[in-house]
Design a protein around this ligand. Structure first.
Ligand code: EPU
Length: 425
Protein backbone atom coordinates (compact mmCIF):
# COMPACT_ATOMS: atom_id res chain seq x y z
CA UNK A 1 0.00 0.00 0.00
CA UNK A 2 1.27 3.48 -0.89
CA UNK A 3 1.66 6.36 1.52
CA UNK A 4 -1.68 7.78 2.54
CA UNK A 5 -2.67 11.41 2.84
CA UNK A 6 -5.74 13.02 4.29
CA UNK A 7 -7.92 15.35 2.25
CA UNK A 8 -10.16 17.92 3.88
CA UNK A 9 -12.54 19.98 1.79
CA UNK A 10 -13.82 23.18 3.35
CA UNK A 11 -15.45 25.22 4.47
CA UNK A 12 -17.98 23.22 6.46
CA UNK A 13 -19.98 23.88 9.56
CA UNK A 14 -19.69 20.95 11.99
CA UNK A 15 -23.06 19.84 13.27
CA UNK A 16 -24.27 16.94 15.38
CA UNK A 17 -23.12 14.82 18.30
CA UNK A 18 -19.78 13.29 19.00
CA UNK A 19 -18.51 10.96 21.74
CA UNK A 20 -15.01 11.41 23.11
CA UNK A 21 -12.87 8.26 23.51
CA UNK A 22 -10.73 7.20 26.46
CA UNK A 23 -7.62 9.27 27.18
CA UNK A 24 -4.41 8.22 25.43
CA UNK A 25 -2.22 9.81 28.08
CA UNK A 26 -4.14 8.10 30.89
CA UNK A 27 -4.15 4.63 29.38
CA UNK A 28 -0.42 4.51 28.51
CA UNK A 29 0.91 4.79 32.11
CA UNK A 30 -1.94 2.60 33.38
CA UNK A 31 -0.93 -0.12 30.92
CA UNK A 32 2.64 0.16 32.25
CA UNK A 33 1.28 -0.10 35.80
CA UNK A 34 -0.33 -3.44 34.97
CA UNK A 35 3.23 -4.83 35.25
CA UNK A 36 3.07 -4.22 39.01
CA UNK A 37 0.83 -7.21 39.71
CA UNK A 38 0.77 -10.89 38.81
CA UNK A 39 -3.01 -10.69 38.66
CA UNK A 40 -5.26 -9.73 35.79
CA UNK A 41 -5.96 -6.12 34.89
CA UNK A 42 -9.17 -5.36 33.00
CA UNK A 43 -9.40 -1.94 31.40
CA UNK A 44 -12.52 -0.36 29.92
CA UNK A 45 -12.87 2.63 27.59
CA UNK A 46 -9.48 1.98 25.98
CA UNK A 47 -9.11 3.87 22.68
CA UNK A 48 -7.86 1.90 19.68
CA UNK A 49 -4.82 3.98 18.82
CA UNK A 50 -1.41 3.23 17.41
CA UNK A 51 0.26 4.38 20.64
CA UNK A 52 -1.89 1.95 22.63
CA UNK A 53 -1.00 -0.85 20.22
CA UNK A 54 2.68 0.02 20.62
CA UNK A 55 2.36 -0.20 24.40
CA UNK A 56 0.56 -3.55 24.07
CA UNK A 57 3.43 -4.79 21.90
CA UNK A 58 5.88 -3.71 24.61
CA UNK A 59 3.86 -5.45 27.35
CA UNK A 60 4.02 -8.64 25.28
CA UNK A 61 7.80 -8.28 24.94
CA UNK A 62 7.83 -7.92 28.72
CA UNK A 63 6.09 -11.26 29.17
CA UNK A 64 2.43 -10.24 29.44
CA UNK A 65 -0.55 -11.98 27.94
CA UNK A 66 -2.75 -9.22 26.48
CA UNK A 67 -6.24 -9.74 25.09
CA UNK A 68 -7.39 -6.90 22.86
CA UNK A 69 -11.12 -6.46 22.44
CA UNK A 70 -11.39 -2.68 22.16
CA UNK A 71 -12.55 -0.79 24.15
CA UNK A 72 -11.66 -3.57 26.62
CA UNK A 73 -8.13 -4.81 27.29
CA UNK A 74 -7.15 -7.68 29.59
CA UNK A 75 -3.54 -7.91 30.72
CA UNK A 76 -1.86 -10.63 32.75
CA UNK A 77 1.90 -10.81 33.33
CA UNK A 78 3.01 -14.43 32.71
CA UNK A 79 6.79 -14.35 32.38
CA UNK A 80 8.17 -11.94 35.00
CA UNK A 81 11.81 -12.62 34.14
CA UNK A 82 11.81 -10.03 31.32
CA UNK A 83 12.99 -6.50 32.07
CA UNK A 84 14.13 -4.95 28.80
CA UNK A 85 12.22 -2.32 26.82
CA UNK A 86 14.04 -2.26 23.46
CA UNK A 87 15.06 0.79 21.46
CA UNK A 88 12.92 -0.28 18.47
CA UNK A 89 9.78 0.25 20.53
CA UNK A 90 10.71 3.10 22.88
CA UNK A 91 12.05 5.28 20.04
CA UNK A 92 8.64 5.20 18.33
CA UNK A 93 6.80 6.34 21.44
CA UNK A 94 8.18 8.26 24.39
CA UNK A 95 5.24 7.25 26.55
CA UNK A 96 6.69 3.73 26.72
CA UNK A 97 9.51 5.07 28.94
CA UNK A 98 7.09 4.83 31.84
CA UNK A 99 7.55 1.06 32.08
CA UNK A 100 10.81 1.94 33.88
CA UNK A 101 9.20 2.65 37.27
CA UNK A 102 6.89 -0.36 37.12
CA UNK A 103 9.67 -2.78 36.11
CA UNK A 104 11.93 -1.48 38.83
CA UNK A 105 9.16 -1.65 41.43
CA UNK A 106 8.00 -5.20 40.64
CA UNK A 107 10.92 -6.91 38.91
CA UNK A 108 13.69 -5.02 40.76
CA UNK A 109 15.53 -4.50 37.52
CA UNK A 110 14.92 -2.57 34.31
CA UNK A 111 16.77 -1.99 31.07
CA UNK A 112 14.85 0.66 29.15
CA UNK A 113 16.03 2.43 26.03
CA UNK A 114 16.45 6.20 26.28
CA UNK A 115 13.66 7.73 24.19
CA UNK A 116 15.95 10.12 22.32
CA UNK A 117 14.91 13.25 20.43
CA UNK A 118 11.43 14.21 19.41
CA UNK A 119 10.00 16.60 16.84
CA UNK A 120 8.42 18.77 19.51
CA UNK A 121 11.88 19.54 20.90
CA UNK A 122 14.30 18.35 23.54
CA UNK A 123 12.64 16.01 26.00
CA UNK A 124 15.06 15.00 28.74
CA UNK A 125 14.47 12.28 31.36
CA UNK A 126 16.62 13.68 34.18
CA UNK A 127 13.64 14.08 36.52
CA UNK A 128 12.59 10.45 36.03
CA UNK A 129 16.10 9.28 36.91
CA UNK A 130 16.48 11.67 39.84
CA UNK A 131 13.22 10.40 41.32
CA UNK A 132 14.10 6.72 40.98
CA UNK A 133 17.62 7.30 42.35
CA UNK A 134 16.10 9.00 45.40
CA UNK A 135 14.16 5.76 46.03
CA UNK A 136 17.51 3.95 46.20
CA UNK A 137 17.79 2.57 42.67
CA UNK A 138 21.26 2.17 41.18
CA UNK A 139 21.12 3.82 37.77
CA UNK A 140 23.56 3.60 34.91
CA UNK A 141 23.35 4.71 31.31
CA UNK A 142 24.97 2.30 28.90
CA UNK A 143 24.79 2.24 25.12
CA UNK A 144 21.62 4.29 24.99
CA UNK A 145 19.87 2.30 27.69
CA UNK A 146 18.95 3.17 31.26
CA UNK A 147 19.83 0.28 33.52
CA UNK A 148 18.19 0.53 36.91
CA UNK A 149 18.42 -1.94 39.77
CA UNK A 150 17.38 -2.12 43.39
CA UNK A 151 16.91 -5.00 45.79
CA UNK A 152 14.08 -3.24 47.52
CA UNK A 153 13.33 0.42 46.96
CA UNK A 154 12.87 2.61 50.02
CA UNK A 155 10.55 5.57 50.38
CA UNK A 156 11.98 9.05 50.28
CA UNK A 157 11.10 12.71 49.89
CA UNK A 158 11.54 13.82 46.29
CA UNK A 159 11.22 17.23 44.68
CA UNK A 160 10.22 16.59 41.05
CA UNK A 161 10.08 20.07 39.53
CA UNK A 162 12.29 21.14 36.63
CA UNK A 163 12.90 24.25 34.52
CA UNK A 164 9.49 23.84 32.91
CA UNK A 165 7.56 22.87 36.00
CA UNK A 166 6.32 19.42 36.94
CA UNK A 167 6.68 16.34 34.72
CA UNK A 168 3.72 14.10 33.99
CA UNK A 169 5.53 10.87 33.15
CA UNK A 170 8.29 11.39 35.76
CA UNK A 171 5.53 11.65 38.38
CA UNK A 172 3.98 8.47 36.95
CA UNK A 173 7.30 6.61 36.98
CA UNK A 174 8.12 7.56 40.57
CA UNK A 175 4.59 6.73 41.76
CA UNK A 176 4.78 3.30 40.15
CA UNK A 177 8.14 2.56 41.73
CA UNK A 178 7.12 3.92 45.15
CA UNK A 179 3.93 1.89 45.61
CA UNK A 180 5.99 -1.25 46.23
CA UNK A 181 8.88 0.48 48.06
CA UNK A 182 9.51 0.12 51.79
CA UNK A 183 8.12 3.08 53.76
CA UNK A 184 6.78 6.47 52.85
CA UNK A 185 7.45 8.51 49.73
CA UNK A 186 6.51 12.14 49.32
CA UNK A 187 6.57 13.61 45.81
CA UNK A 188 6.76 17.40 45.90
CA UNK A 189 5.81 19.43 42.83
CA UNK A 190 4.09 16.36 41.44
CA UNK A 191 2.21 16.79 38.16
CA UNK A 192 -1.49 17.47 38.86
CA UNK A 193 -2.86 16.31 35.48
CA UNK A 194 -6.12 14.30 35.51
CA UNK A 195 -4.12 11.45 33.94
CA UNK A 196 -1.99 11.25 37.11
CA UNK A 197 -5.14 11.21 39.23
CA UNK A 198 -6.49 8.38 37.08
CA UNK A 199 -3.24 6.41 37.46
CA UNK A 200 -3.42 6.84 41.25
CA UNK A 201 -7.04 5.72 41.25
CA UNK A 202 -6.04 2.60 39.32
CA UNK A 203 -3.08 1.88 41.63
CA UNK A 204 -5.34 2.27 44.67
CA UNK A 205 -7.73 -0.30 43.21
CA UNK A 206 -4.71 -2.62 42.99
CA UNK A 207 -4.14 -2.12 46.73
CA UNK A 208 -1.68 0.79 46.75
CA UNK A 209 -1.76 3.39 49.51
CA UNK A 210 -1.66 6.85 47.88
CA UNK A 211 -2.91 10.24 49.04
CA UNK A 212 -2.95 13.63 47.37
CA UNK A 213 -2.79 12.60 43.68
CA UNK A 214 -4.10 15.51 41.62
CA UNK A 215 -2.28 17.97 43.93
CA UNK A 216 1.43 18.95 43.92
CA UNK A 217 2.07 16.77 47.02
CA UNK A 218 1.59 13.05 46.71
CA UNK A 219 2.15 10.73 49.68
CA UNK A 220 2.66 7.04 49.08
CA UNK A 221 3.01 4.32 51.67
CA UNK A 222 4.66 1.27 50.17
CA UNK A 223 2.80 -2.05 50.31
CA UNK A 224 4.15 -5.59 49.82
CA UNK A 225 2.06 -6.72 46.86
CA UNK A 226 -0.61 -5.48 44.50
CA UNK A 227 -3.50 -7.43 43.01
CA UNK A 228 -5.35 -7.29 39.69
CA UNK A 229 -8.31 -4.95 39.26
CA UNK A 230 -10.83 -3.50 36.83
CA UNK A 231 -10.76 0.15 35.77
CA UNK A 232 -12.44 2.56 33.36
CA UNK A 233 -10.11 5.06 31.63
CA UNK A 234 -11.11 8.75 31.86
CA UNK A 235 -12.26 10.56 28.70
CA UNK A 236 -9.60 12.27 26.59
CA UNK A 237 -9.65 15.98 27.45
CA UNK A 238 -7.40 16.82 24.49
CA UNK A 239 -9.67 15.06 22.01
CA UNK A 240 -12.66 16.86 23.56
CA UNK A 241 -10.82 20.20 23.30
CA UNK A 242 -9.96 19.50 19.66
CA UNK A 243 -13.64 18.94 18.75
CA UNK A 244 -14.71 21.97 20.77
CA UNK A 245 -12.23 24.22 18.96
CA UNK A 246 -13.23 22.67 15.62
CA UNK A 247 -16.90 23.43 16.28
CA UNK A 248 -16.08 27.03 17.19
CA UNK A 249 -13.82 27.57 14.14
CA UNK A 250 -16.44 26.29 11.72
CA UNK A 251 -19.36 28.19 13.28
CA UNK A 252 -20.87 24.85 14.10
CA UNK A 253 -23.30 23.39 16.59
CA UNK A 254 -21.81 20.32 18.22
CA UNK A 255 -22.71 18.34 21.32
CA UNK A 256 -19.51 16.83 22.72
CA UNK A 257 -20.37 13.84 24.91
CA UNK A 258 -18.11 12.09 27.39
CA UNK A 259 -16.18 15.32 28.00
CA UNK A 260 -15.34 16.19 31.61
CA UNK A 261 -15.82 19.99 31.97
CA UNK A 262 -13.63 20.09 35.11
CA UNK A 263 -10.67 18.81 33.07
CA UNK A 264 -11.05 21.67 30.59
CA UNK A 265 -11.35 24.71 32.90
CA UNK A 266 -8.53 26.81 31.41
CA UNK A 267 -9.58 25.94 27.85
CA UNK A 268 -13.26 26.77 28.30
CA UNK A 269 -12.35 30.02 30.04
CA UNK A 270 -10.20 31.33 27.18
CA UNK A 271 -12.67 30.10 24.56
CA UNK A 272 -15.48 31.97 26.30
CA UNK A 273 -13.34 35.10 26.25
CA UNK A 274 -12.84 34.53 22.50
CA UNK A 275 -16.59 34.66 22.07
CA UNK A 276 -17.28 30.94 21.76
CA UNK A 277 -20.83 29.94 22.66
CA UNK A 278 -20.42 27.19 25.28
CA UNK A 279 -23.02 25.37 27.34
CA UNK A 280 -21.81 22.95 29.99
CA UNK A 281 -23.94 20.11 31.34
CA UNK A 282 -21.64 19.13 34.15
CA UNK A 283 -23.57 16.22 35.62
CA UNK A 284 -23.82 14.53 32.23
CA UNK A 285 -20.26 15.26 31.03
CA UNK A 286 -21.60 17.10 28.00
CA UNK A 287 -20.30 20.31 26.45
CA UNK A 288 -22.28 21.96 23.67
CA UNK A 289 -20.71 24.48 21.31
CA UNK A 290 -23.02 26.69 19.30
CA UNK A 291 -21.15 29.32 17.35
CA UNK A 292 -22.94 32.15 15.60
CA UNK A 293 -20.63 35.13 16.14
CA UNK A 294 -17.13 35.81 14.88
CA UNK A 295 -14.19 34.95 17.12
CA UNK A 296 -11.94 37.40 18.96
CA UNK A 297 -8.17 37.07 19.53
CA UNK A 298 -6.94 36.06 23.01
CA UNK A 299 -3.45 35.61 24.44
CA UNK A 300 -2.53 32.31 26.05
CA UNK A 301 0.47 30.68 27.69
CA UNK A 302 0.66 26.92 28.02
CA UNK A 303 1.26 25.65 31.55
CA UNK A 304 1.11 22.42 33.50
CA UNK A 305 -2.44 21.46 34.59
CA UNK A 306 -4.69 23.22 35.58
CA UNK A 307 -3.22 25.74 33.12
CA UNK A 308 -3.82 25.74 29.36
CA UNK A 309 -2.46 22.42 27.97
CA UNK A 310 0.42 22.39 25.52
CA UNK A 311 -1.42 19.56 23.74
CA UNK A 312 -4.09 22.07 22.62
CA UNK A 313 -1.74 24.92 21.73
CA UNK A 314 -1.59 24.09 18.00
CA UNK A 315 -5.38 23.69 17.69
CA UNK A 316 -5.96 26.98 19.54
CA UNK A 317 -3.47 28.68 17.26
CA UNK A 318 -5.42 27.44 14.23
CA UNK A 319 -8.48 29.09 15.74
CA UNK A 320 -6.61 32.34 16.40
CA UNK A 321 -5.58 32.55 12.72
CA UNK A 322 -9.19 33.40 11.82
CA UNK A 323 -10.09 35.42 14.92
CA UNK A 324 -10.34 39.21 14.91
CA UNK A 325 -7.23 40.95 16.27
CA UNK A 326 -3.76 39.87 17.36
CA UNK A 327 -2.94 37.13 19.83
CA UNK A 328 0.31 36.13 21.46
CA UNK A 329 0.73 32.42 22.13
CA UNK A 330 3.48 31.51 24.57
CA UNK A 331 4.69 27.91 24.75
CA UNK A 332 6.09 27.35 28.25
CA UNK A 333 6.32 23.54 28.23
CA UNK A 334 8.00 22.83 24.87
CA UNK A 335 9.47 26.10 23.53
CA UNK A 336 10.04 24.50 20.11
CA UNK A 337 6.57 23.07 19.63
CA UNK A 338 5.72 25.29 16.66
CA UNK A 339 6.06 23.08 13.57
CA UNK A 340 2.47 23.93 12.65
CA UNK A 341 3.35 27.63 12.19
CA UNK A 342 4.83 27.44 8.65
CA UNK A 343 2.08 24.99 7.60
CA UNK A 344 -0.72 27.28 8.82
CA UNK A 345 1.02 30.16 7.06
CA UNK A 346 0.89 28.13 3.83
CA UNK A 347 -2.87 28.22 4.24
CA UNK A 348 -2.89 32.01 4.40
CA UNK A 349 -2.43 32.54 8.14
CA UNK A 350 -0.30 35.41 9.40
CA UNK A 351 1.88 34.04 12.21
CA UNK A 352 5.34 35.20 13.26
CA UNK A 353 7.39 33.13 15.64
CA UNK A 354 9.96 34.59 18.02
CA UNK A 355 11.50 31.95 20.32
CA UNK A 356 8.75 30.55 22.55
CA UNK A 357 6.23 33.13 21.28
CA UNK A 358 3.98 33.11 18.26
CA UNK A 359 2.22 36.32 17.27
CA UNK A 360 -0.91 35.58 15.32
CA UNK A 361 -2.58 38.32 13.32
CA UNK A 362 -6.10 37.17 12.50
CA UNK A 363 -7.00 36.97 8.78
CA UNK A 364 -10.43 36.91 7.15
CA UNK A 365 -10.15 33.37 5.86
CA UNK A 366 -7.78 30.48 5.32
CA UNK A 367 -7.25 28.84 1.94
CA UNK A 368 -6.77 25.12 1.38
CA UNK A 369 -3.19 24.06 0.53
CA UNK A 370 -0.93 21.01 0.58
CA UNK A 371 0.59 20.80 4.08
CA UNK A 372 2.64 18.38 6.11
CA UNK A 373 1.75 16.93 9.49
CA UNK A 374 4.72 16.88 11.89
CA UNK A 375 3.40 15.62 15.21
CA UNK A 376 0.10 14.51 16.61
CA UNK A 377 -1.30 17.83 17.82
CA UNK A 378 0.11 19.87 14.91
CA UNK A 379 -1.70 17.45 12.59
CA UNK A 380 -4.96 17.99 14.44
CA UNK A 381 -4.52 21.74 14.06
CA UNK A 382 -4.09 21.33 10.29
CA UNK A 383 -7.26 19.24 10.06
CA UNK A 384 -9.22 21.95 11.90
CA UNK A 385 -7.72 24.64 9.68
CA UNK A 386 -8.68 22.56 6.63
CA UNK A 387 -12.30 22.31 7.81
CA UNK A 388 -12.55 26.09 8.14
CA UNK A 389 -10.55 26.92 4.98
CA UNK A 390 -11.88 27.58 1.52
CA UNK A 391 -11.02 24.71 -0.83
CA UNK A 392 -9.00 21.53 -0.55
CA UNK A 393 -6.26 20.82 1.99
CA UNK A 394 -4.01 17.79 1.47
CA UNK A 395 -2.34 16.69 4.70
CA UNK A 396 0.55 14.27 4.27
CA UNK A 397 2.10 12.04 6.97
CA UNK A 398 -1.24 11.26 8.55
CA UNK A 399 0.17 8.41 10.61
CA UNK A 400 0.79 11.03 13.30
CA UNK A 401 -2.95 11.48 13.72
CA UNK A 402 -3.53 7.76 14.09
CA UNK A 403 -1.23 7.73 17.11
CA UNK A 404 -3.65 9.70 19.20
CA UNK A 405 -7.12 10.28 17.71
CA UNK A 406 -9.49 7.34 17.56
CA UNK A 407 -11.59 7.18 14.37
CA UNK A 408 -11.04 10.87 13.67
CA UNK A 409 -12.28 10.74 10.07
CA UNK A 410 -15.42 8.80 10.99
CA UNK A 411 -16.19 11.14 13.87
CA UNK A 412 -15.67 14.30 11.79
CA UNK A 413 -17.63 12.85 8.83
CA UNK A 414 -20.55 12.18 11.15
CA UNK A 415 -20.51 15.92 11.91
CA UNK A 416 -20.72 16.74 8.20
CA UNK A 417 -17.03 17.17 7.42
CA UNK A 418 -15.77 16.30 3.95
CA UNK A 419 -12.70 14.30 4.84
CA UNK A 420 -11.17 11.23 3.19
CA UNK A 421 -7.90 9.45 2.52
CA UNK A 422 -6.02 9.16 -0.77
CA UNK A 423 -2.81 7.44 -1.76
CA UNK A 424 0.03 9.90 -2.38
CA UNK A 425 1.35 9.92 -5.92
N1 EPU B 1 11.19 17.60 31.55
C1 EPU B 1 12.47 17.71 32.04
N2 EPU B 1 13.03 16.58 32.57
C2 EPU B 1 12.39 15.39 32.63
C3 EPU B 1 11.09 15.30 32.13
C4 EPU B 1 10.51 16.42 31.59
O1 EPU B 1 13.08 18.76 32.02
O2 EPU B 1 12.98 14.42 33.14
C5 EPU B 1 10.54 18.79 30.97
C6 EPU B 1 10.09 18.59 29.54
O3 EPU B 1 11.14 18.79 28.62
C7 EPU B 1 9.00 19.60 29.42
C8 EPU B 1 8.37 19.58 30.80
O4 EPU B 1 9.35 19.01 31.66
O5 EPU B 1 9.54 20.88 29.21
C9 EPU B 1 7.09 18.80 30.93
O6 EPU B 1 7.20 17.55 30.26
P1 EPU B 1 6.51 16.25 30.83
O7 EPU B 1 7.56 15.37 31.42
O8 EPU B 1 5.37 16.62 31.70
O9 EPU B 1 6.00 15.55 29.50
P2 EPU B 1 5.77 14.00 29.33
O10 EPU B 1 5.33 13.45 30.61
O11 EPU B 1 6.95 13.40 28.67
C10 EPU B 1 3.23 14.09 28.73
C11 EPU B 1 2.36 13.75 27.56
C12 EPU B 1 2.57 14.76 26.43
C13 EPU B 1 2.28 16.15 26.97
C14 EPU B 1 3.14 16.44 28.21
C15 EPU B 1 2.83 17.77 28.86
C16 EPU B 1 2.12 11.35 27.69
C17 EPU B 1 2.36 10.03 27.07
N3 EPU B 1 2.64 12.41 27.09
O12 EPU B 1 4.58 13.98 28.28
O13 EPU B 1 1.64 14.42 25.41
O14 EPU B 1 2.53 17.12 25.99
O15 EPU B 1 2.93 15.40 29.21
O16 EPU B 1 1.52 17.83 29.27
O17 EPU B 1 1.42 11.45 28.68
C18 EPU B 1 0.75 14.35 23.23
O18 EPU B 1 -0.19 13.66 23.68
O19 EPU B 1 0.71 14.82 22.06
C19 EPU B 1 1.91 14.61 24.07
C20 EPU B 1 3.08 15.03 23.58
Amino acid sequence: MGIRKLIVEGPVSLRGEIKVSGAKNAVLPILAASLLTDGETILHNVPKLRDVETMVQLLRVLGCDVKEDYPVLKIRPIDTSKYEAPYEIVRTMRGSFCVLGALLGRRRKARVSLPGGCVIGVRPVDLHLKGLAALGAGIEIEAGYVIAEANRLRGSSIYLGGMFGSSVLATANVMMAAVLARGETIIENAACEPEIYDLAKFLKKMGADIEGAGTPWIRINGVKTLHGCEHRIIPDRIEAGTFIIGAAMTRGDVVVKNAVPDHLGAVLDVLRRSGVGIKVYKDDNIIRICQRRGLVAQNIATLPYPGFPTDLQAQFMAMMTISRGTSVITERIYPDRFMHVPELNRMGANIKREGPYAVVQGVKELKGAPVMASDLRASAALVLAGLAAEGRTDISRIYHLERGYEALEEKLSSLGAKIWQEIEE
